[in-house]
Ligand binder design. Structure first.
Ligand code: ADP
Ligand code: F6P
Length: 354
């Protein structure tokens, strides 16, 4: 079995609260096992340019409670080229980096699997507020982002109640409606619009007119950015025109990506970071660390990426070729279960929020 003397850790793609807790967990778990740790700054850009420094026990002190990422992050198109990849491999060889834990989203995992094939074993950890990585029940940063959204929406509701207004609130999530849907339930929003499911605008307008007649003063409508950035402002105008309720639009944007990570994110990050190191040192790579029903598990990166494309209806020719019939059926069943659970959450949002 390969002996690991030194590993690297990086954060890449959009940052997410909890990434620091994951870096800390990776660092301390590796050091506890006698393996040195190198902090790779600015994601794959730092791997190419050699922006890398050793991380000791105390270098990751006082970071578990901070949002953002102490290693910084970047989007690095150069890493997708053969030249960029070869430079990254050369950096690893030069600095004696035997393996890497890469914290990020699906783009980061595509990079990690490439790097593994070039001879540097990698393990991925899902860090993104969007919760859009199908293979894991939860991603690092999702819980914090949702808690930030409900805090903001509660504030908007106060002022809506005072002025008898509606606020349309757009939240991040890329193509996934998870942040919007869960926060709509938790904040008692009148309606929620997500990219995965159809939205009946006239029914919502009717519902708002009726509620207004019955004395309701404040209205919140949550819109996931995945339905397009034009929808929120346009809907704001239509709601006001058709219901007579004064309506404002708020885009929470990157506000939701920063801030102190919640307990849940800190624990998830710590567990995933430790597990990632255990797996890497056991000789496992080309895997992503996931959570399934509360357990931390590892899943082959290619399986995770294909499962993700299957769920999002983006399968490419040949994607399923490496898998057995049993694996493909398992993937289909998993996607179906996820769709059913999303639809059930959506029904809850519609049924309770009147
Ligand atoms: P996320 O990881 O949040 O999905 P990105 O999609 O921006 O964010 O991906 C992060 C980085 O991963 C990219 O900037 C690039 O350096 C690397 N990456 C993405 N796709 C690939 C790929 N196909 N091959 C190699 N590296 C990739
Ligand atoms: O993936 C995280 C995320 O914040 C998405 O929710 C959002 O669509 C995107 O990144 C924004 O990207 P940028 O930081 O490049 O504006």
């Amino acid at each position: 079995m390969k002996e690991f003397k030194r590993i690297g850790v990086l954060t890449s793609g959009g940052d997410a609260p909890g990434m620091n807790a994951a870096v800390r967990a990776v660092t301390r778990s590796a050091l506890a096992r006698g393996v040195e740790v190198m902090g790779i700054y600015r994601g794959y850009s730092g791997l190419i340019s050699g922006d890398i420094r050793p991380l000791g026990l105390r270098d990751v002190s006082n970071c578990i409670n901070h949002g953002g990422t102490m290693l910084y992050s970047d989007r690095c198109p150069e890493f997708k080229t053969e030249e960029g990849m070869k430079q990254a491999v050369a950096t690893c060889r030069r600095l004696g980096i035997d393996g890497i834990v890469a914290i990020g989203g699906d783009g980061t995992f595509r990079g990690a699997t490439e790097l593994t094939h070039y001879g540097v074993p990698c393990v991925g950890i899902p860090g993104t507020i969007d919760n859009d990585i199908t293979s894991t029940d939860e991603t690092i940063g999702f819980d914090t982002a949702m808690n930030t959204v409900i805090e903001m929406v509660d504030r908007l509701r106060d002022t809506c109640e005072s002025h008898a207004r509606c606020n349309v609130v757009e939240v991040m999530g890329r193509g996934a409606g998870d942040i919007a849907l869960n926060t709509a339930i938790a904040s008692g929003a009148t309606a929620v619009i997500i990219p995965e499911l159809p939205f009946d605008e006239s029914a919502v307008i009717e519902k708002m007119k009726n509620s207004k007649k019955l004395g309701k003063r404040n209205f919140i409508v949550i819109v996931s950015e995945g339905v397009g950035h034009d929808l929120g402002p346009a809907l704001t105008e239509r709601i006001e025109a058709e219901t007579g309720i004064e309506t404002r639009f708020a885009r929470l944007a990157h506000v939701v990506r920063g801030g102190t990570p919640t307990l849940r994110d800190r624990v998830l990050s710590s567990r995933m970071g430790e597990f990632a190191v255990e797996q890497l040192l056991m000789g496992r790579s080309d895997i992503v660390i996931c959570t399934r029903n509360g357990e931390i598990v590892s899943i082959d990166i290619n399986y995770a990426l294909v499962l993700d494309r299957m769920y999002k209806g983006k399968l490419k020719d040949g994607d399923l070729a490496p898998f057995t019939e049993a694996e493909i059926s398992e993937m289909r069943a998993f996607c179906e279960e996820k769709r059913v659970s999303l639809a059930s959450l959506y029904r809850t949002a519609c049924d309770l929020n009147l």
